[in-house]
Design a protein around this ligand. Structure first.
Ligand code: PMV
Length: 336
């Protein structure tokens, strides 16, 4: 039975080139925001989730990565700045490179640039590991299927498996111990009028990582038992709402799903609360605006920032109401 990340990668790469086939490989991936969240792992080594999840990729906001083979040691550049391999970020990246490094003498140079509006306060690990998986595939000439690329990206960061694709993406939880059935897949439905609004409340790094918070929630929160039941229901409702273009149901389910995820962690011990007073103020503001007729909902991840959900015809009102908002059109052409 497969257990370690490296075993999974060996299985994925069986019969594929071990060495780089060209000078440089490139990969680009967008960040994604879950409408039905991934919260809780059934296998912490392989980032296998307890439940399925559903996201939308943020067209134009993500990561571009170039990967090269070099001698002497790994080198990581983030927007041109060297990152110490011993730092937390550096260790995560070199740990991922170790999964496919052909021998101890092969080192890599990773140049990565986040195209996420830094002001938006978006987590970049999802787009980062998806872009790195794509760059590795390009460099070595593996030609992995998108499904296998999503499995590879998942080993870097769970939610990265969804960033392999644009638009709406479902990550199937799967049931196998080795996670070969835990992959992401696009829904294949577009919603051109859908808009996401990114409201930055704080860019201060979080004190509890999502990995730690998930583990703690699963182990200690008595509310966690209700979570997989809610997710199963929300996944059905969300897919139906997306197919029908029913924005009210879509927004309600996404907002409720996010609040329920936060409720499970507030119920953990020690409790995890990512919200700042400003996050709560934005939530109340959204509820007030909605009561006054603005068709707007929100979702929040493992941090204090708020992501608005609305349709194109409300964009002017939303910008008026939330002057600092950064609007993303997930189904427009990049840059358009
Ligand atoms: O993939 P991670 O370990 O960064 O976890 C992501 C967790 C959430 O963003 C809160 C939810 C999700 O589905 O993206």
């Amino acid at each position: 039975m497969l257990k370690k990340k490296r075993d999974v990668v060996q299985q994925l790469l069986r019969g594929r080139p071990a060495k780089a086939g060209k000078e440089a490989g490139a990969g680009r991936a967008w960040a994604n925001i879950a409408m039905c969240k991934y919260w809780g792992k059934r296998n912490e080594e392989l980032n296998l989730p307890v439940t399925s999840s559903l996201s939308v990729s943020l067209n134009g906001h993500g990561t571009e990565t170039t990967l090269r083979v070099q001698s002497g040691g790994d080198e990581i550049l983030l927007s041109g700045r060297p990152i110490a391999p011993a730092s937390q970020f550096g260790r995560r990246v070199t740990g991922f490179l170790n999964l496919f490094r052909p021998d101890e003498k092969t080192f890599y140079r990773v140049e990565t640039v986040n195209t996420v509006a830094t002001a938006a306060g978006l987590a970049s690990s999802a787009s980062g590991f998806a872009a790195l998986a794509l760059a590795a595939d390009d460099l070595h000439g593996w030609r992995l299927s998108e499904r296998d690329l999503s499995i590879l990206a998942r080993l870097g960061s769970g939610s990265a498996c969804r960033s392999i694709y644009d638009g709406f993406v479902e990550w199937h939880a799967g049931a196998e111990a080795d996670g070969m059935d835990s992959f992401a897949e696009p829904l294949g439905i577009e919603w051109p009028d859908l808009r996401l609004g990114l409201i930055r409340v704080s860019t201060v790094p979080k004190t509890v990582s999502s990995r730690t918070a998930m583990k703690r929630t699963r182990r200690t929160s008595s509310l966690y038992g209700a979570w997989p039941v809610k997710v199963a229901h929300d996944m059905i409702l969300l897919k139906e709402a997306i197919r029908a273009g029913d924005f009210e149901t879509f927004g309600q389910v996404a907002e409720s799903n996010s609040l329920a995820m936060h409720a499970t962690m507030i119920g953990a011990w020690p409790p995890v609360l990512y919200w700042l007073p400003e996050s709560v103020a934005v939530m109340r503001d959204i509820w007030d605006a909605r009561a006054e007729g603005l068709d707007i909902y929100f979702t929040m991840d493992a941090g204090p920032n708020v992501k608005l959900l609305f349709l194109a015809d409300e964009e002017a009102h939303v910008k008026q109401h939330f002057p600092g908002v950064d609007v993303v059109a997930p189904f427009a052409a990049p840059g358009g």
